[in-house]
Design a protein around this ligand. Structure first.
Ligand code: WTA
Length: 634
């Protein structure tokens, strides 16, 4: 229990009217109830707020931990709750999605209209042979059809695997291949800063390398000529005009524990892993966290400015707002196009009430100064949020003062692809400290511990751990259950704690301050990238024999990538080659993965077993103490 009067540091207390109108008025009360009876807590929420075809026998089955199961025996489909049930209420005529394209075009989908499209596309997918349990890869920009594609897959029980539209050839190829997708859904292109990202062309190159895809569905967005392979490729609008596109397509009845989707993310080592989420628990967790943390009300316009290609978009653009019957806003393009006030003008134009974005975006917009936001009426905003990386107090305060008029609490939400929903986060009623995500969501027991699992002293750095299961938790790594256990549950096996892979501190008030990753994951502008994938892109270039990459702190992007390469015989390091290697990584992985610098070296620090010691490289790059070098080979 926090004694608010004696809290340490810079504290922002919520205004009484904010607490008064919020769904949850006392964090302590709800947290205590959840702690006393976790299964009872979630069972009650699940029963009261969602429709199930058939109720569960057991809320939480932990008999085979860490393979936890939630709502065991229940029948459900998240689409029934996100769309079907709204057809019988006033929500049918409400805007589900308000979209503005980068060129300035706009579209609004009511729940009825969105359901109509989803039903039609679901039956199109069925006619292409997609069945329950099949995987479908989706590779698109931020447009409504992306949302429709995800929802259509879920409706028929297929697992979508979204590959972020900013990724490129090899990243797409690897994910298609690993998931054994039969169908790829893409678009001709995506708008970004007035330019076209040639998605279909990249997809064609990726498919030349991959085998199993039988059908490609292509949405026309940017309109340039693209190469369509006869027999394999179809235009979305052609398929949707056929009689097979049934606006009354039935929703597949699923077990609560059936897979909803996989999403690839980078982990400690090796290639990206497919995180698997399910229909029941994910639905309950994401909708409840959104409702409580962002206090979603009927009249809100919610803008989660993330990309649906990452977990933030899956959970908080596509699924949970629809389950709550809320209105979402989606913008296709860059925040600064054509001018640095595009976002602020959108907030004023649509009367956005809640904005949720990443610290890197705030820092980027901050650079342009206050005059850009101040020329727009931002008074519709009532809550703000951030995610993806620690927010520096300076950016927090700018966001609070300039965008939030000092009246909008900032919800700094810590969570991961794996957790499915917010885990460490304030609620509007919780006192805030700039830079801290505060405490665990009700029912989530978080702590900071040392090597042996002993709680770290106040303000001492340690491992972040989560001590209790939660409904939206990942169930496994698709196709690799051993790795699931090894990666997340082996470090504190005895205690049965989940290891997120972050380091953190806990202050004297129990507030958590996340510091960053302790593994080979690099967060660049909030995007999660793995060293292994970037290194493998580098060595796929003919000049490179060996490569190592590290993240180096950067004021704007959080981290930037620094690469070290050992060249093959016959190649010499030059500015030209550095440029070529950066472009090569851009082509294989995507622009976000491009190293900021490439250094040519003769050797790399390795352990005697041949593992590259990135920690040593990083210490050298930052001019810090290299630490324990006893395992270094020479
Ligand atoms: C980092 C994004 C500090 C963290 C939803 C985590 C954060 C990783 C925060 C997951 C935050 C996310 N404060 N760090 N509020 N939110 N992170 O899977 O390192 O793309 O482990 O999920 O982002 O990244 P992912």
């Amino acid at each position: 229990m926090v004694d608010e009067k004696s809290m340490a540091g810079d504290v922002y207390f919520p205004a009484p009217e904010v607490i008064e109108s919020a769904h949850i008025k006392s964090f302590e009360e709800v947290h205590a109830a959840a702690t006393a009876d976790l299964a009872g807590f979630w069972g009650k929420i699940a029963a009261e707020n969602f429709e199930w075809y058939q109720p569960w026998e057991t809320v939480l089955d932990d008999s085979n931990a860490p393979f936890y199961k939630w709502f065991v025996g229940a029948k459900v489909n998240i689409i029934h709750n996100a769309l079907d049930r709204h057809m019988h209420t006033a929500a049918r005529n409400k805007a589900a999605l308000i979209f503005e394209g980068e060129p300035g075009d706009g579209r609004v989908y009511t729940y009825q209209q969105l359901n109509h499209e989803v039903c039609k596309f679901a039956s199109v997918l069925r006619s292409l042979g997609v069945r329950k349990g099949d995987r479908v890869t989706i590779y698109m920009g931020r447009i409504p059809e992306l949302m429709i594609a995800l929802l259509a897959c879920a409706k028929i029980g297929a697992m979508h695997s979204v590959v972020y539209g900013g990724f490129s050839t090899e990243a797409l190829h690897g994910r298609i291949e690993d998931s054994e997708s039969k169908v790829l859904i893409t678009a001709d292109g995506a708008w970004l800063r007035g330019n076209i990202i040639p998605l279909k062309q990249i997809a064609n190159e990726a498919l030349e390398r991959a085998g199993a895809v039988q059908s490609v569905v292509c949405i026309k967005r940017t309109g340039q000529d693209v190469e369509m392979v006869p027999g394999r490729d179809h235009w979305y609008h052609d398929l949707m005009a056929l009689p097979i596109a049934d606006p009354n397509a039935p929703t597949e009845v699923m077990d609560a524990e059936d897979p909803l989707f996989i999403l690839y993310t980078s982990g400690t080592t090796g290639k990206p892993k497919a995180i698997l989420h399910t229909h029941g628990g994910y639905m309950v967790g994401t909708a409840t966290t959104l409702k409580w943390v962002f206090d979603i009300k009927d009249k809100d316009i919610w803008w989660c400015a993330a990309d649906p290609g990452w977990i933030t978009g899956h959970s908080y653009i596509v699924y949970s707002p629809l389950v709550l019957g809320a209105t979402s806003f989606m913008y296709e393009g860059a925040p600064t196009h054509p001018y640095p006030d595009r976002w602020w003008s959108l907030i004023a134009k649509y009367g956005i009430t809640i904005l949720y974005t990443a610290p890197t975006a705030i820092r980027g917009l901050m650079r342009f100064g206050e005059s850009w936001p101040s020329r727009h009426d931002l008074s519709s905003l009532r809550l703000l949020g951030t995610v993806g990386e620690p927010i520096n107090p300076e950016a927090w305060k700018w966001y609070h003062r300039v965008i939030g008029r000092e009246q909008c609490p900032i919800m700094d939400t810590w969570w991961q692809t794996e957790t499915g929903n917010f885990m460490i986060t304030p609620l509007p009623c919780v006192p805030l400290k700039p830079g801290s995500a505060t405490r665990g969501f009700p029912g989530v027991q978080v702590d900071v511990v040392d090597e042996d699992g002993v709680p770290a002293a106040a303000n001492e750095e340690g491992y972040l751990v989560i001590k209790t299961p939660w409904p939206a938790m990942l169930r496994t790594i698709f196709g690799d259950p051993d790795r699931y256990v090894q990666q997340y549950w082996s470090r504190f096996e005895e205690q049965g704690w989940y290891l997120p892979g972050d380091s953190a501190k806990k202050d004297e008030d129990g507030y958590i301050w996340v510091i960053g990753r302790i593994d080979d994951v690099i967060k660049v502008s909030g995007y999660r990238l793995g060293t292994a994938e970037i290194e493998s892109a580098l060595v796929s270039h003919e000049a490179v024999a060996e490569a190592a990459v590290i993240g180096v702190p950067d004021e704007l992007k959080g981290n930037i990538i620094k690469a070290y390469c050992i060249l093959r015989q016959g190649f010499d390091g030059s500015d030209k080659l550095e440029k070529e290697l950066r472009a090569h990584v851009g082509h294989e992985m995507g622009p976000i993965a491009k190293p900021a610098t490439v250094e040519f070296v003769d050797n790399l620090p390795k352990t005697r077993s041949g593992k590259i010691m990135r920690r040593v490289l990083k210490a050298r790059a930052l001019g810090q103490d290299e630490g324990d070098l006893s395992t270094l080979a020479d």
